[in-house]
Design a protein around this ligand. Structure first.
Ligand SMILES: Nc1nc2c(c(=O)[nH]1)N[C@@H](CN(C=O)c1ccc(C(=O)N[C@@H](CCC(=O)O)C(=O)O)cc1)CN2
Length: 307
């Protein structure tokens, strides 16, 4: 068989050689905040260009009053040769030079979430459904409650349920057990989905920046345990809900997301409780989604949301 015949035969069996197969691309999200100054975007985009990365979406905000700069970059990187850990190692010197607070995560990585609830299950139910359907990038790894009302729902989702009753005498042990569960399940975010016990200063400090609460009023109005009854007595025409990070000060943590609903004189206090549920679910789901997508950065007791 002549060489010409040989090469025709080979052509028949070996795959058609197309131009260089693009390497598999992996998407990442980089969030940074640092002192505001010229050259930050250039430094970050130059780093990405130098590592063969392609920017998909970029959001930034410079707070002139506080002199702080915030940025979120969603980008794709050729998987070979750059892994997430390698990107982190290579970005560290850039972050050091600019004194950045930063995070670099695979885009869409599901965060490990522990949900706390008392008796009212509407926010828990909404989060369980949206986690199950992939609407929010979370894996709910455990649910903790000081009551058993939601145990059946949680077991239906095949998720571990822990009953930690809280009284004046058991609160310290309950909080110690909660921290054991946070470590045991490698929890990245704790969500208080109508959990009606105040976390101690010590627990709030241990969970600072990784605990989100839904308060059933449009803060700063009507703090405390019964905001809808306060709203009814005050005769308001709008009620709402506020998702915020938890700190030791009750209902005082940095606000992430708020929702409102118009009402009028025909609404009883129970009617306000009922219409408020949708606002609570919407505010909490947005806050959890934005936190897990790396869209929230802190500026003192306020938040910067890059979306
Ligand atoms: N350290 C914090 N812990 C909690 C916060 C918070 O902002 N910081 N928010 C609460 C949720 N919440 C309002 O959104 C709230 C819950 C409970 C109370 C309250 O007064 N509880 C009474 C007991 C009520 C009961 O047993 O039903 C109390 O703790 O004495 C006010 C506001 C979650 N934790």
């Amino acid at each position: 068989m002549s060489t010409a015949q040989m090469s025709t035969a080979q052509a028949l069996v070996s795959p058609v050689r197309t131009p260089e197969e693009p390497a598999a691309m992996v998407e990442h999200v980089l969030t940074v905040d640092c002192v505001e100054s010229a050259g930050i975007v250039h430094a970050v985009s130059g780093f990405l260009l130098g590592h063969g990365c392609d920017i998909i979406d970029i959001k930034q905000y410079g707070d002139k009053a506080q002199g702080r700069f915030f940025m979120r970059v969603h980008f794709s990187a050729a998987q070979e040769p750059v892994s997430t850990d390698e990107l982190r190692r290579n970005f560290a010197p850039v972050a050091e030079k600019w004194q950045m607070n930063w995070q670099l995560e695979p885009h869409g990585r599901k965060r490990r979430v522990l949900v706390m609830v008392s008796k009212m299950g509407h926010c828990l139910n909404d989060l369980l459904f949206r986690a199950r359907t992939g609407d929010i990038p979370v894996e709910i790894v455990a649910v903790v409650s000081n009551h058993r009302d939601q145990e059946g729902l949680v077991h239906w989702h095949d998720i571990p349920f822990f009953h930690l009753p809280v009284t004046k005498d058991t609160k310290t042990d309950a909080e110690t057990r909660l921290l054991e569960l946070v470590d045991a399940f490698d929890v990245e975010l704790v969500v208080l989905a109508r959990y009606m016990q105040v976390l101690s200063d010590g627990l709030s400090a241990r969970l600072a920046g990784r605990t989100i609460n839904i308060h059933h009023s449009f803060l700063p109005s009507f703090k405390g345990a019964k905001p809808y009854h306060q709203a009814y007595e005050r005769g308001v025409k709008t009620v709402g809900a506020t998702a915020h990070y938890v700190n030791a000060e009750l209902d005082e943590g940095p606000i992430i997301s708020q929702q409102v609903i118009d009402v009028d004189h025909t609404y009883t206090a129970d009617d306000l409780v009922a219409v408020g549920r949708d606002a609570e679910c919407a505010a909490l789901r947005n806050a959890v989604r934005w936190h897990c997508e790396g869209r929230i950065l802190l500026l003192g007791n306020r938040t910067v949301i890059l979306r």
